[in-house]
Design a protein around this ligand. Sequence first.
Ligand code: FAQ
Length: 312
Amino acid sequence: HQQQLMARFDARIDDGGFIEAKDWMPDHYRRTLIRQISQHAHSEIVGMLPEGNWVTRAPTLKRKAILLAKIQDEGGHGLYLYAAAETLGRSRDELLADLHSGKAKYSSIFNYPTLTWADVGVIGWLVDGAAIMNQVPLCRCSYAPYARAMVRICREESFHQRQGYDALLAMMQQGTDAQRALVQDAVNRWWWPCLMMFGPPDAESVHTAQSMRWGIKRNSNDELRQKFVDATVQQAQVLGVSLPDPELTWNETRQHWDFGAIDWEEFWRVVGGDGPCNAERLAARVKAWDDGAWVREAALAHAAKEQARQTQ
Ligand code: FAQ
């Protein structure tokens, strides 16, 4: 019987079909999805923190309203993704407990500091730009509840990317020399960590082959990283900034940009908890959870009262 179920599941995957929450699925497929979707959800809500630092210091009312909207979107993305993970049988409370204890991973990129207003623009342009490159293929992920969540997330991420690029264009084209220097400095600091967002090189990526076989991932880490570099070089030229890589050169044979070596030691150090802001980020999330306890209690008490009223 188990073999029959497995054969049916494999056939559906091979046909490019989708798996719904109530369909049978192998345990490893389920665990892989819970891992990826929950890490993704954690990244969204931890990702609110670096930009959150700048809400009170945005340069104009318009920029502040845009930034607030973007950060709220990220909170929303976290919620869609936790809901998608819950369809696989783990509760949001359990997933959050893993984040708060430091057991669960979230994207390495959010462990870097936002030193100036230019960092906010660069996060929109490069971090959201990398996120979109990785997330558009996830709209065709074989697990349908995740794929559906990704459609809306990607639409919102494009707005995020555009707002970042627009903020940087304003600084580069209408700003002072000092403002242009801030943009260049932020690009220099964020470029390499953004390339790390796509994950380890294919040869060292433990999950890619299986996840691609199952249609969870549609592209490998290196493929997406290359696509991101190719798309970004021209945007940097239009903006008038340089990318901090002397080895960045157009390869006529490959029809792609070649780029220099990534510092994978730094990547694993940050993933392992020892990046510039890991402790600060985790502490901020734990504090938000503890400070919000009364809201959860009040909401539950209210729901219980409503239910009691209806059954009277
Ligand atoms: N950081 O075998 P692989 C955003 C881990 S966008 C930390 O290649 P996989 C939007 C990986 O988990 C950012 N850990 O793994 C936003 C695994 O560890 P494990 C979030 C990383 O899963 C923008 C180990 O290394 N996006 O939030 C990272 O096949 C602006 C081996 O790696 C997503 O999560 C990393 N960068 O491929 C919000 C997208 N890379 O679990 C606010 C969905 C790898 O065995 C502001 N996720 N690791 O302990 C994915 O596409 C995949 O999970 C990858 C990794 C590509 C991230």
